[in-house]
Write a protein that binds this ligand. Structure first.
Ligand code: BTN
Length: 263
């Protein structure tokens, strides 16, 4: 049952689309209301982070996108906007736990893991509709009822699904409703311009984040890599890494990148 104020009150369910994020961006341009959600049974061109594809077969996974509208003008985006992907990941992990009892962790910035395997991920994209309206699309892909054995060979060792972890199928509508319920109170303050100081969200994210305290390698967009000990999450959501062996190295803040957990 939907228990939100606005998220998911307008809902479109599609049998097939290229990508719910692309669909959502088009709808945002057309002016649909804040909180509109697009769900698809199958994506033919599902998008992952960093230009990757998202494996999106029909038959039981969750592919959804939520359109958020910010009231601030695009040239002055809300200060907490960089936290939307991290807040969304917390909401997804909470929903998985509420509906299934399974504890997942977060690989910075917003991969859901069970052990070392990826259960789901989020792709957040922003744009401007018309001249004035800043919007954010939160796209969640969660492997729900497609079993690991059915994944392509290259994903079988690195990905998992709820059905594979639990040995039973899981109600996708309940997961979606729970995700939206967890998401709304976490993103509303961010859209309203509040910043993440030493807030609950920072603590909540940090306690779910299995990247912290580990040795990591991060590939950056320019091809460079940073290697060291993942130390903490900065107030803007960046990952703080102590370079080298993690004792007396330089502290580097990474805003975006592809993290590998080492050892
Ligand atoms: C990642 O690379 O981990 C992010 C994956 C995000 C996939 C979801 S599925 C629903 C939405 N539509 C897309 O095309 N991508 C996101």
């Amino acid at each position: 049952m939907l228990r939100t104020q606005r998220l998911g009150r307008a809902l479109q369910i599609l049998k097939e689309t290229t990508s719910t994020n692309m669909e959502a961006a088009c709808l945002a341009q057309l002016g649909v209301e804040h909180g509109t959600v697009i769900v698809a049974e199958h994506q033919t061109a599902g998008k992952g982070r960093l230009g990757r594809a998202w494996y999106s077969p029909a038959g039981g996974n969750l592919y959804c996108s939520v359109i958020l509208r910010a009231t601030a003008p695009p040239e002055q985006p809300p200060k907490g906007l960089s936290w939307v992907p991290l807040a969304s990941a917390v909401a997804a992990a909470r929903a998985v736990h509420t509906i299934t009892g399974l504890l997942s962790t977060l690989k910075w910035p917003n991969d859901l893991l069970v052990g070392h395997r990826k259960l789901g991920g989020l792709l957040c994209e922003s744009g401007v509709a018309g001249r004035q309206n800043l919007y954010v699309v939160i796209g969640l892909g969660l492997n729900v009822n497609v079993r690991r054995e059915a994944f392509p060979a290259d994903l079988q060792n690195v990905a998992t699904s709820l059905a594979s972890e639990l040995g039973r199928s899981v109600d996708r509508a309940a997961l979606l409703a729970s995700f939206l319920y967890e998401l709304e109170p976490r993103v509303n303050p961010l859209l309203a311009g509040l910043t993440v100081k030493s807030s609950d969200l920072l603590h909540e994210y940090s306690s779910l984040c299995s990247t912290l305290g580990r040795r990591v390698r991060v590939s950056l967009a320019d091809g460079a890599t940073v290697e060291g000990l993942a130390h903490s999450i900065a107030l803007n959501g960046s990952l703080c890494i102590v370079e080298g062996d993690g004792k007396a190295g330089k502290l580097v803040e990474v805003q975006a990148g592809d993290v590998t957990h080492l050892r």
